[in-house]
Design a protein around this ligand. Structure first.
Ligand SMILES: Cc1ncc(COP(=O)(O)O)c(C=O)c1O
Length: 435
């Protein structure tokens, strides 16, 4: 394994001059120098490669990776068993214009691991999976309105790109869209309600025109619903004959094999997946009840897609689910994430710093400026976002790569010594940022 020897350091801290040069050059060919706007910002890096729980950037820096590709990397980068499967598949072909045994087996494994899954259908991204789930719900009910919740992100497509943090504060709405170029008519049937408020859902569903309610079971991958909330949603949607969709694109296969629905013991009608399902290969999936899923595949709801379920990504999904199904990856994640959550929490408390660490071992967030856990969109305003950004950058120059906003994902390759290294860097970074 490569060591820190090649790391470029200035005053004991990493420098990212090579990244800056490469991004400036790359910006001539790619707007902003990145292919996702969610990867822009102060901490943006240009990489050379990943290995296990480590990243190596173009400056030769070695970083412990808690960004994990924004969620997909659950087994670590390039785990040998998956590399072998994928190498074999590359020799057999990427996209064959038909189905493969791996595709069927990946879907079957999903039905084994996920409580709501009686069938699954593959797409290429989480955004596509959400669009398909919503289409199935509208096809099943003959209604149009979809209820989503304030602050919940369900992908980049126009209809769901609403109710999200607005640059100027507050949330986006039909009258205050999330991005220039968004079709105002696309959000006409999307209604945004506050989360954890069952009465608001009851009142809206009583009007009789709602096709689906969509929620992340574990909001942002670290915020638990109020006790009984998901069960309440289940009961209300069932009573009004509305499809309940859990967006498990972050929580799926990350918080455990059965995702948020297993964690909270509530089974939706449909669930959407992406990210950890294929350890980084671009995939999306909808899983759910046979009665609903059967509306596609020759039924009235159409779901085409050139790359859907291609041979390469479904081999990755089959391989990832097979490895995850053995359980030891989750033991490593629980151990690493558990140590980090309690270690970060202790360091904050010992130094009397207002802050908290919230989430589950595979996915958690560090907040500064408030001791209270975040449980609503309003609570997010109590967090000192500027201090968190400074902390994330102070960690990055110490070789620890977290997501802006203070989010950490762990994976099966986060060994004890990397966790030790992270705890030391956190202590040092805290002292620099908060004093
Ligand atoms: C909860 C949730 N839903 C949907 C998506 C969209 O997935 P993708 O970026 O693969 O389109 C994301 C992506 O971050 C997400 O976090």
């Amino acid at each position: 394994m490569t060591t820190t020897d090649s790391t470029t350091r200035s005053g004991g801290r990493m420098s990212f001059e090579g990244t800056k040069r490469a991004m400036a050059e790359g910006s001539r060919w790619i707007p902003g120098g990145a292919s996702s706007d969610y990867r822009l910002g102060e901490g943006a890096l240009v990489f050379e490669r990943g290995e296990g729980a480590l990243l190596f950037d173009v400056d030769g820096n070695r970083l412990v990776d808690y960004f994990c590709g924004a969620g997909p990397i659950i087994l670590g980068h390039n785990p040998p068993e998956l590399v072998e499967i994928m190498t074999r598949q590359l020799h057999k072909g990427v996209i064959l214009g038909g189905e493969t045994e791996d595709e069927y087996e990946a879907a079957r494994l999903m039905t084994e691991l996920v409580p709501c899954a009686e069938m699954a259908r593959f797409a290429n991204t989480g955004s596509e999976a959400v669009a398909l789930a919503v289409r199935i719900a509208r096809g099943a009910t003959g209604r149009h309105v979809v209820v989503k919740f304030e602050g919940h992100y369900h992908g980049s497509f126009d209809p769901m790109f609403v109710g999200l943090p607005h640059r100027a504060g507050g949330v986006t709405s039909a009258g205050r869209l999330g991005t220039s170029g968004q079709d105002p008519s696309a959000v006409v049937h999307t209604e945004v309600l506050p989360w954890n408020n069952l009465q608001a859902v009851e009142d809206r569903l009583a009007r009789g025109d709602v096709a689906a309610v969509i929620t992340e079971p574990l909001w942002r991958g670290y915020i638990s619903p109020a006790p009984g909330y998901l069960a309440g949603l289940r009961e209300i949607t069932k009573r009004h004959d509305v499809v309940l969709i859990f967006d498990e694109i972050v929580s799926g296969f990350r918080v455990g094999p059965g995702g948020g629905q297993e964690l909270f013991g509530v089974t939706p009608d449909l669930a959407t997946y992406a990210k950890a399902l294929a350890n980084g290969f671009p995939i999306g999936a909808v899983a759910g009840k046979r009665e609903l899923m059967s509306l596609i595949g020759g039924g009235p709801v159409i779901h085409p897609g050139t790359y859907n379920g291609n041979a390469l990504v479904t081999a990755a999904a089959r391989g990832t689910l097979t490895i995850l199904g053995r359980g030891d990856a989750y033991e490593s994640i629980e151990r690493a994430g558990g140590r980090l959550i309690s270690g970060f929490g202790s360091l904050l408390r010992e130094r009397g710093i207002r802050g908290n660490v919230q989430g589950v071992p595979g996915s958690f967030n560090v907040h500064l400026g408030t001791d209270n856990p975040v449980s609503s969109f309003a609570d997010t305003t109590a967090v000192d976002g500027a201090a968190v950004s400074k902390l994330v950058m102070a960690l990055q120059v110490r070789g620890i790569r977290a997501i802006a906003g203070g989010h950490f994902y762990t994976n099966a390759a986060h060994a004890d010594e990397l966790v030790d290294e992270t705890l030391n860097a956190f202590e040092d970074a805290l002292a620099e940022v908060v004093g």
